[in-house]
Write a protein that binds this ligand. Structure first.
Ligand code: GLY
Length: 330
């Protein structure tokens, strides 16, 4: 199969099949005009991962650092087997292997990442260990797994009976089908600001469902799935990783904010870079969230149904995101 055709197909698949059937509750809210001052403890994350975001927010309220809170929040979702796009219970690749990707950045500009990791649930925490305990930024595959055991992470079966059953069903046709905009979550990217006003973040995923063996997306790539600059703010991406990688989307958003754009406008511009450059955006989704040093936030996507969770002032709410293709409204 030609590369371009394959990417288009996987986009269709990942957006649909990876995430169906896991709808978190939606609290009504229109998109926020980002004018508020930082309240000290703010956590935002992609999609409707309300429990993980609340856990991070409460950790911030309790005085934990931005990085500790982000890891705590996303770890909860990695351990939740109801999520089939993150951590344990994530959908496997075409050969039935669940492979996880994650990265973290702290407030001092340090970064850690793991790619193509099997048998380990808490890969964001593992990425932190890479950042703090090694001279490297990225560890991959067997090396990352071996390092995890050295750091006393437990070996776990990541393929749950439900994901296995879905995979076996998929195997019957082994075909990609275009299903779009019925998703309710995907990768979790989380941005946190602690009481000192310092910003950190984490991003973790099982990647595209039924991806090619060895495929890695945007989520563990510093600057694509996540970027933090504590002088400016942070951003995280979700959706079709191949498209986010091509724009180095999260880094782009932080640089746009550095040059004066609000988080909302920066997310919009990053999405529009993809829209302007892609042959067609009909069959894939790209979404971003961002937060600046003033505690202002934003999010934007190509298609509808993207949202972010936002915790501030002790309130955790889901905020529906604005999006590019309005014609999809029904
Ligand atoms: N955004 C997640 C992935 O493409 O792997």
């Amino acid at each position: 199969m030609k590369r371009r055709k394959f990417l288009r197909s996987t986009g269709q698949l990942g957006i649909g099949l990876a995430v169906v059937g896991c709808a978190p509750e939606i609290s009504e809210q229109t998109d926020q005009t980002a004018t508020s001052k930082p309240s000290g403890s703010i956590a935002i994350c992609t999609w409707g991962f309300k429990d993980g975001n609340r856990i991070a927010g409460e950790a911030l309220d309790a005085g934990e650092s931005a990085l500790d809170a982000a890891i705590k929040g996303v770890s909860h979702e990695e351990e939740n087997i109801a999520n089939n796009s993150v951590g344990k219970g994530g959908r496997p690749d075409r050969e039935g292997n669940v492979t996880l990707d994650a990265c973290v950045m702290d407030s001092n500009g340090n970064a850690g990442s793991v790619v193509y990791v099997q048998n380990i649930t808490n890969v964001a925490a593992l990425a932190r260990k890479v950042m703090e305990e090694t001279p490297h930024v990225i560890l991959a595959g067997d090396g990352a797994e071996q390092f995890a055991y050295e750091q006393e992470f437990q070996k776990e079966e990541l393929l749950t009976p439900e994901s296995k059953e879905d995979y076996e069903e998929w195997l019957k046709e082994s075909e990609y089908k275009p299903i779009i905009n019925i998703e309710n979550h995907d990768t979790i990217g989380m941005l946190t600001m602690d009481k000192n006003g310092d910003i950190a973040g984490a991003c973790t995923t099982s990647g595209l469902a039924y991806k090619m063996k060895g495929r890695v997306g945007d989520s563990p790539i510093i600057g694509s799935g996540l970027y933090i600059d504590n002088e400016v703010g942070g951003a995280a991406g979700t959706g079709l990783g191949e498209e986010i990688l091509k724009q180095v989307g999260s880094f782009l958003i932080v640089e746009l904010m550095r040059n004066g754009m609000s988080p909302q406008k920066a997310c919009e511009e990053a999405v529009m870079r993809t829209v302007r450059k892609a042959e067609s955006v009909k069959d894939f989704q790209v979404c971003y969230i961002a937060m600046n040093k003033a505690g202002e936030t934003g999010s934007y996507s190509i298609h509808q149904h993207f949202s972010r969770m936002e915790y501030r002032g002790g309130v955790n709410q889901r905020i529906e995101s604005d999006y590019h293709i309005k014609a999809e409204e029904s």
